[in-house]
Structures are given as C-alpha cells and as structure tokens.
Write a protein that binds this ligand. Structure first.
Ligand code: ATP
Ligand code: MG
Length: 172
C-alpha cells in the first residue's frame, strides 16, 4: 500500500477549507473513502451537504459552537479533546483513505488541545492515510512535521476591502 502524506493549508487568505473539500471531492471521484472532521465549527456550512452526493464520505462536526468572541468553555475543550480521540480511532482503523481535520489549527490557537497532541494523533495513523489539516495560525512544529504546506495569503478580500459579508454558497 502506498504511503499517505500530511498536508497543511494555513494562512489568513480565503481558500483553506474549500481547498480541502476540493481535494476530498477529487479523492471521492477516484473511488477513495473520505472522512472530514470539523473542529470548533458547529455551524453547518453548505459543503456539509456533500454527504448527500457521496456514499464514501462522512462529515462530522467536532465543535461545540461559537465561542470565538469569548473564552472557550470547559465543554468546548471537552468537545475538541473528544473529537481528537475520535480522530485517533479513525486514523488507526484505516477505513478512510483521506482524513481532513478542518480548523484543527484553530482548536490549537484557542488552546483546546496542543500542536503536540495533534501531531501525536496524526503519527498514529495507518501509513497509507492522507491527512489534511486546515486553519489559520499553524504552529511551526506542525509545519515542520507536515509533508506539504500551503499558505493562503490574503492579497485582497471583499470583506475587508468592501465590507461584503459571508455569502451562502461562496463563503459558507
Ligand atoms: P473558505 O472556507 O472560504 O475556504 P478558509 O477556510 O480559508 O475559507 P477560515 O479562516 O476558515 O477561511 O474562515 C472562515 C470564514 O471566513 C469563511 O466563511 C471564509 O470564507 C471567511 N474568510 C476566509 N478568509 C477571509 C479573510 N481573509 N477575510 C474575511 N473573511 C475570510
Ligand atoms: Mg476554514
């Protein structure tokens, strides 16, 4: 079985989650099985409906809601830690060929778990699994550990430039 690699899509420009979902669709179309775990977010973005189109896809929300404007609560920390434990099981089991950990670096940023916890979890995977981590503020240890790192750089964004709010089907 071929070795799977670790990708990180980070940076403050738009496109991290959509790139991960784009790769997921490509993998699904090639007959692979894909699991997407979304940390922090509990809001259902449009892309979560993708499960209606693909049998070999699972998407789970591992977050507890929006604490972004306040300190994370005990339950946010528990949800993230439980989520990571669940990911460990999925990575050891090997049922999925591609595993996306959406906004996992944001969970680290809010101190729900550490980069070390995240790396140790990814290290336990069956060797053939491709892992994609997305989110802003990826720490240097994760960047060193990954095999592929892409930084989305904001050159312009219509939110900051023109006050355009998040639109369904485009941004959420
Ligand atoms: P997307 O989901 O569109 O690929 P992303 O994953 O790169 O974006 P996140 O940091 O997860 O970006 O952003 C969460 C939300 O903020 C999304 O609705 C996203 O479209 C929007 N967003 C992304 N980048 C920016 C930016 N530079 N300024 C304002 N809003 C942004
Ligand atoms: Mg994102």
């Amino acid at each position: 079985m071929e070795k799977g690699y670790v990708h990180v899509y980070t940076g403050n420009g738009k496109g991290k989650t959509t790139a991960a979902f784009g790769l997921a669709v490509r993998a699904l179309c090639a007959g692979k099985k894909v699991y997407i775990g979304q940390f922090v977010k509990d809001m259902k973005y449009s892309e979560t409906k993708l499960i209606e189109y693909f049998n070999s896809l699972e998407i789970e929300q591992l977050g507890k809601g929006c604490f972004v404007f306040e300190d994370p609560k005990e339950e946010d920390i528990k949800a993230a830690k439980d989520g990571l434990k669940k990911i460990e099981g999925i990575l050891k089991e090997g049922k999925y060929d591609v595993v996306v950990l959406d906004e996992a670096t944001i969970a680290v940023y809010f101190k729900l778990f550490s980069t070390e916890d995240l790396i140790n979890t990814i290290k336990k995977r069956k060797n053939s699994i491709e892992v994609i981590v997305t989110g802003r503020y990826a720490e240097k240890e994760l960047i060193e550990f990954a095999d592929l790192v892409t930084e989305m750089k904001e050159v312009k964004h219509y939110y900051t430039e023109k006050g355009v709010l998040s639109r369904e089907g485009i941004d959420k």
